[in-house]
Each structure stands twice: as C-alpha cells, then as structure tokens.
Design a protein around this ligand. Structure first.
Ligand SMILES: Cc1cc2nc3c(=O)[nH]c(=O)nc-3n(C[C@H](O)[C@H](O)[C@H](O)COP(=O)(O)OP(=O)(O)OC[C@H]3O[C@@H](n4cnc5c(N)ncnc54)[C@H](O)[C@@H]3O)c2cc1C
Length: 379
C-alpha cells in the first residue's frame, strides 16, 4: 500500500481539499497581512477531524499515522494553501508528541486534548538567541525548588509563540550548556513569562513568530515531560517527524509551483506562440517535474520506513535535503517563467518563493543534515 492508494486516504485527501477550498483560500491573503491565522480556524479544522490526524484517539486525536499526516500536508499545499499555513495551524505537530510519548495523563488532559480540539494553541521552544543548531548547548535553565522549577532564559524564532497558550520548552536542568535537558510545559500567564516582539519575516507571513523571555518563572514539577534529563533524547526522537513534515512541505510546494508554471506557460504567449511550445521552456518544466517527483518518491519511501519503526535517522536527513533542494530549484524557476508577474504579491508563486526559503533552515539546517549524513557514513 502506498500513501495515495487506500480508499480511506483518498477520502482524507478530498476532506482536506474541501477544507482548504472553503475555509482557507478566501481568507489566506488577509491572514498573510494580519500576520497570523485566527483561532477559529483551529476549531473548524478540529471539528472535521483534520487537526487530530496522526494522533491516537485515546488522547483526543483522529487516529491515522505519519503517512496520513504527510498526505494532509501534501494536499493542503496542492490545493492552494502554503507551508506557512501548515506551520501556523499544525504547530501542535511539534508541541505535543513528547507529551503523548511520555504517556503523562495529567499533561494529556490539560494540554493535548484541548489543543487537538482546537481550543488551545501550543508551541515548541528550543532555539535561543545564542544558537539553534547546537541543541545540547541550551542555556535557559530550570533550578529545582521544592515542587517547582524556577526558569530563567530566553527563546527566539518560536512558531505560534505570539498566540500560544502554552510552550513546550527545552530547559537545562544542570548548569547552562551542560546538555542535561528536560522539557517543561510553560503556560502563558505564569508570572515572569513574557512574549516579546512579533518577529517580521521574509515568508511564512500568516504564521506568527515570537521571542520569549523567562525571568524566575515558577513551573510546577508536574509540568515536566518525562523524567529529568531525558529532554535531549525526546527532542531527537521527535525530530524525524518534524523533518519529514518539512520535506513534505518542500516537495508539495515544488509540485504546486510546477502546476502553476505549467498552466502559466500554456496560457502566456510571447512572439506569437505559447511559452509552452518552446523547447527550452518545455525542457525546463520537465526538469522541474522530474526533480519534484524524485523528491516525493524518496520522502514517501523514508516516511514509510519511519512509520514501520525503522531507525532511519540518516535517511530522514537525506530526504529533507533532497526535497529542499528540489523545492529551491523549482520555486526559482517557476517565478522566472512567470516573468514580471511572478515578482508581484498577486502571484501565488511569489508567496511560495518566499515561504520556501525557511525549509532548509527550520527543524535543523541543510548543513546540520549533512553532518548527520556524514556521521551515518561513518565519517
Ligand atoms: C520562521 C522560523 C520559525 C522557527 N520556528 C521555530 C520553533 O517553533 N521552535 C524552535 O525552537 N525554533 C524555531 N526556529 C529556529 C530554527 O530551528 C533555527 O533557526 C535553526 O535550527 C538554525 O539555528 P540558528 O538560527 O540559531 O542558526 P545557527 O545554529 O547559529 O547556524 C547559523 C549557520 O551556521 C551553520 N552551522 C551551524 N553549525 C554548523 C556546523 N557545525 N557546521 C557547518 N555549518 C554549521 C548553520 O547551518 C547555519 O547556516 C524557527 C526559525 C524560523 C526562521
């Protein structure tokens, strides 16, 4: 069975497409200007079972596995959505899995269920102003004081950080930079926790991004996910899903841009003939299509292996890099084929061009992926 070929997944594709057509496309430009998507969108997506895809029903999800989540991501972008929309609406895909994996009933009731019901928004905070690639070097610290931790430090570039009700936060439970990490759920409203600037960005305009500050924030020990000092492992285990989601966003963005460019080249005539009749243009589109299909096939292959429980850390890194490279090539070529119109805000391809640039940075950069691949080669 492939990702596309079961009747249930075909239904899921149709559900996703209908959701994007009715609930997203008429408003996406407004959300891009507003810098965020409305909370009501989370509730609407939850009501039809889309928000909880990939999470078990026992924690309030809709069931399905990684491949179903990938299918939803792919279809949202194919239907005219964007990777920025996915970042904003599905931030729980990176904020919740550690709680579910830890099987902590208290945290599941307080945070996982309401988030999957669309009534809470969560985010994941690992990156700090001093650096994001070196996860073990985190300096935000949590000192134990009775039944609480006292947290001091700051985080930056946090997706949905402006809107979120709680933040799954990586903290150091020994001295700063020691690598002894734990994950704490820190709620908005806890004294000393402030959301700083809403960060302005090149792309992902409908996805809010924040700086967070923690000054003597008292967080109950009950808000720790799993045992103390297991945070690094928990973060690394969940990276596979995040990286495959970003890889999916990359090839799906490429696929959408191939479709947009093909349509444009059929309709646009220069020197008395459609662009699509020129061999140079036809071969360009063929190259874009080939790179996209190769990326998609490889990401699907690796995702299927991850879903089957295979430890394919190196392959996940390669899948992300392959898909990002295909996407970078395609968005640039697609914009070029649109000529001056491609540079305008009116052109959908312009948004994909800007949104695509983060995919080789977030969830571990292309260089960090190469480091993982080199290690996997025994180098
Ligand atoms: C829009 C957006 C949303 C984000 N959302 C989140 C979020 O929700 N939560 C979160 O925690 N973080 C988030 N991030 C942060 C993102 O994960 C980091 O930006 C990323 O991991 C890189 O970290 P850095 O920016 O600190 O770069 P650095 O780690 O400072 O790296 C800078 C450059 O040096 C390269 N480099 C670093 N180390 C090496 C090495 N050893 N060898 C070779 N090259 C190296 C990197 O590849 C990069 O090109 C987001 C970022 C953006 C822009």
């Amino acid at each position: 069975m492939t990702i596309v070929d079961t009747p249930e997944r075909r239904q899921l594709r149709e559900l996703t497409r209908a959701f994007v057509t009715k609930e997203v496309l008429p408003y996406l430009d407004d959300w891009e200007r507003a810098g965020e998507v409305p909370r009501s969108l989370h509730e609407t997506a939850a009501k039809i079972g889309l928000l909880g895809i990939g999470f078990p029903e026992s924690v309030g999800g809709s069931g399905g596995d990684l491949l179903d989540s990938i299918l939803v991501t792919e279809e949202i972008i194919r239907s005219g959505g964007s990777s920025g929309l996915i970042a904003a609406l599905f931030t729980h895909g990176i904020a919740l899995p550690h709680m579910v994996a830890a099987r902590d009933d208290g945290l599941i009731e307080r945070y996982v269920r309401p988030t999957l019901a669309g009534t809470m928004i969560g985010s994941l905070a690992i990156t700090e102003p001093d650096g994001g690639s070196d996860v073990a070097g985190i300096r935000t610290c949590a000192r134990r004081d009775g039944d609480h931790y006292v947290v001091n430090g700051s985080k930056t570039y946090i997706t949905s950080g402006v809107r979120s009700d709680f933040v799954t936060t990586a903290v150091c439970t020994d001295f700063p930079g020691s690598g002894s990490l734990s994950l704490l759920v820190i709620e908005k409203g806890m004294p000393g926790f402030t959301v700083g600037r809403r960060l302005e960005k090149l792309g992902w305009h409908c996805s809010d991004t924040a700086e967070l500050s923690f000054v003597d924030v008292r967080v109950p020990v009950a808000n720790r996910i799993g045992p103390e000092d297991t945070g690094f492992l928990a973060i690394m285990q969940q990276f596979a899903t995040e990286r495959l989601s970003l890889a999916t966003q990359a090839y799906a963005t490429a696929q959408r841009c191939v479709e947009l460019a093909t349509r444009w080249c059929r309709d646009r005539s220069t020197f008395g003939r459609p662009l699509a009749s020129r061999q140079l243009v036809r071969h360009g589109l063929a190259e874009m299509h080939t790179r996209t299909e190769a990326a998609r096939a490889y990401v699907h292959d690796v995702a299927t292996r991850v879903a089957a429980g295979e430890p394919v850390v190196t392959e996940v890194a390669m899948a992300k890099n392959v898909a990002v490279a295909a996407c970078d090539f395609v968005v640039d070529a697609a914009l070029q084929l649109h000529g001056g119109f491609g540079y305008l805000r009116d052109a959908e391809v312009e948004r994909h061009y800007r949104d695509a640039r983060i995919l080789g940075i977030g969830g571990g950069t292309t260089e960090i992926m190469n480091e993982i691949i080199a290690k996997g080669m025994g180098l």
